[in-house]
Write a protein that binds this ligand. Structure first.
Ligand code: FES
Length: 353
C-alpha cells in the first residue's frame, strides 16, 4: 500500500488511488485547507506542496496554480495517491513541526568549534570560535526563534558545511539524530531567514519612483514653457459689468463640465440638464474613479475563484487601467471641443473657418 508522508508529522498508509485531500482531512491536517469548493477544482484552497510522488497535474490545476506548479504546489483534491508521496501541508510545514533539541545544536556547535574553524576555507565566511561560542550560549533562545536572521544564516551554513564534508556521523551527542535530522534543521533555519529585498515584489520609492516623477515633471514643465513662448495667451479686454462676452467660456479645466452641461438632456423636474451635466454625471464619474481599484479584484475573484487579489502593477489590472485612461481621454476631448469648437451662443463651429 502506498504511503502519504506528511513531512515532519507522520506517515499514513492508504489504499492505492486514495484522494489526497480526503486523507489529509481524515487525519486532521486540514486546519488551513478550507477546500471550499469540495473538490470541484474551482477554489484552490486545498493547495499543498507535493515534494515527491503524485500523479499527473490536471488542466484545472494548471489554470488555478499557474507558475506555482513549478514550486511543487498541487491542489490536493486532484491528487490520487498511486505511490508514496511526500507532502508539505500549510500550517504543518517542517519548520513549524520540527522541534530542534537545543542540546543537539549545542553539541554540533562544539564539534564545529573543534573541527571546522581550523580547516582551510570553511563556510560560512566569518566562522570563528568567538561566533560559535556566542551562539552556543544562546542555543535555547535561538531554537525558540529568538535569534536574528544573521544567526540563522550562519547556522544554516555551518550545518551545510558539516554535511558537505561528511562530518555529521562524527558529531558526538547523546541526542539521537541522523543526516535527515540535520537536513530538516537546515530547512528550519532557512525558513527563518527573510527573503532578500530584490526577490520580493517591491519597488523602492526612492530612488526609482522619484526618477520617474521628476522626469515627467521636467518634461511637462519644459513643454508648457515652450508652449507659453510660442503661443500668445488669449487675453481679452478688461472685464466690465455692462458687457457679457459671447460665448462665455469657463476656465479650460471647467470647459469639460460646461460642454457636458450643453450636451446633457433636460428630463424635467430635478433631472434638468444642469443637474444632469453639472452634478449627476460628474458625480458618477468621480465615484467610478474611486471604485475602480476594487472592481477588478472583485471581478477576478468571481471569475477564477482566486484567493489572492491581483497585484497593483499595471499589467495585472488591464481593465482598471483601460477604464481610467478612457475616462481621462473623454474629459480631454470635452475640453478640446469646448475650447476650439464652440462659438457664439455655444454653437458648434470649426476653428479654421
Ligand atoms: S477543494 Fe477547491 S480546488 Fe480543491
Amino acid at each position: 500500500m502506498p504511503k502519504v508522508i506528511i513531512l515532519g508529522q507522520e506517515e499514513i498508509e492508504v489504499e492505492e488511488g486514495a484522494n489526497l485531500l480526503r486523507v489529509i482531512q481524515q487525519h486532521g491536517y486540514d486546519r488551513n485547507l478550507p477546500a471550499t469548493c469540495d473538490g470541484r477544482c474551482t477554489c484552490s484552497t486545498c493547495g499543498v506542496r507535493v515534494l515527491t510522488g503524485g500523479d499527473e497535474v490536471k488542466p484545472c490545476e494548471k489554470d488555478l496554480l499557474k507558475d506555482q506548479i513549478e514550486k511543487k504546489w498541487r491542489l490536493s483534491c486532484q491528487v490520487l495517491v498511486e505511490q508514496d508521496v511526500e507532502v508539505e501541508v500549510p500550517g504543518y510545514e517542517v519548520a513549524e513541526a520540527m522541534e530542534i533539541e537545543p542540546g543537539l545544536l549545542a553539541d554540533i556547535l562544539d564539534f564545529a568549534a573543534e573541527h571546522l574553524v581550523y580547516i582551510g576555507n570553511p563556510r560560512p565566511t566569518g566562522l570563528s570560535l568567538k561566533r560559535l561560542k556566542d551562539l552556543r550560549h544562546r542555543v535555547e533562545v535561538i531554537v525558540e526563534g529568538g535569534g536574528d536572521p544573521a544567526d540563522y544564516k550562519f547556522l544554516r551554513d555551518v550545518l551545510e558545511e558539516l554535511l558537505e564534508r561528511d562530518l555529521i556521523k562524527e558529531i558526538p551527542s547523546q541526542h539521537p539524530f541522523t543526516e535527515r535530522t540535520i537536513e530538516l534543521m537546515i530547512q528550519v533555519f532557512e525558513k527563518r531567514i527573510p527573503e532578500p529585498i530584490e526577490e520580493r515584489e517591491e519597488i523602492l520609492t526612492y530612488p526609482y519612483y522619484l526618477y520617474v516623477v521628476f522626469t515627467i515633471f521636467f518634461l511637462l514643465l519644459g513643454g508648457l514653457s515652450l508652449y507659453a513662448l510660442l503661443v500668445d495667451a488669449p487675453l481679452e479686454q478688461a472685464a466690465t459689468p455692462t458687457f457679457t462676452p459671447n460665448p462665455e467660456k469657463a476656465p479650460w479645466y471647467f470647459l469639460g463640465i460646461q460642454e457636458l452641461l450643453a450636451d446633457s438632456p433636460n428630463l424635467g423636474g430635478v433631472f434638468n440638464s444642469i443637474a444632469i451635466g453639472g452634478v449627476i454625471l460628474p458625480g458618477l464619474v468621480v465615484f467610478f474613479w474611486l471604485a475602480i481599484p476594487y472592481i477588478e479584484p472583485y471581478v477576478e475573484f468571481r471569475r477564477s475563484g482566486r484567493t489572492r487579489a491581483p497585484g497593483r502593477r499595471l499589467s495585472e489590472r488591464p481593465v482598471t487601467v483601460a477604464a481610467f485612461t478612457l475616462s481621462i481621454f473623454l474629459f480631454v476631448v470635452l475640453v478640446i471641443i469646448g475650447t476650439y469648437f464652440r462659438g457664439p451662443n455655444w454653437e458648434f463651429v470649426l476653428p479654421w473657418r
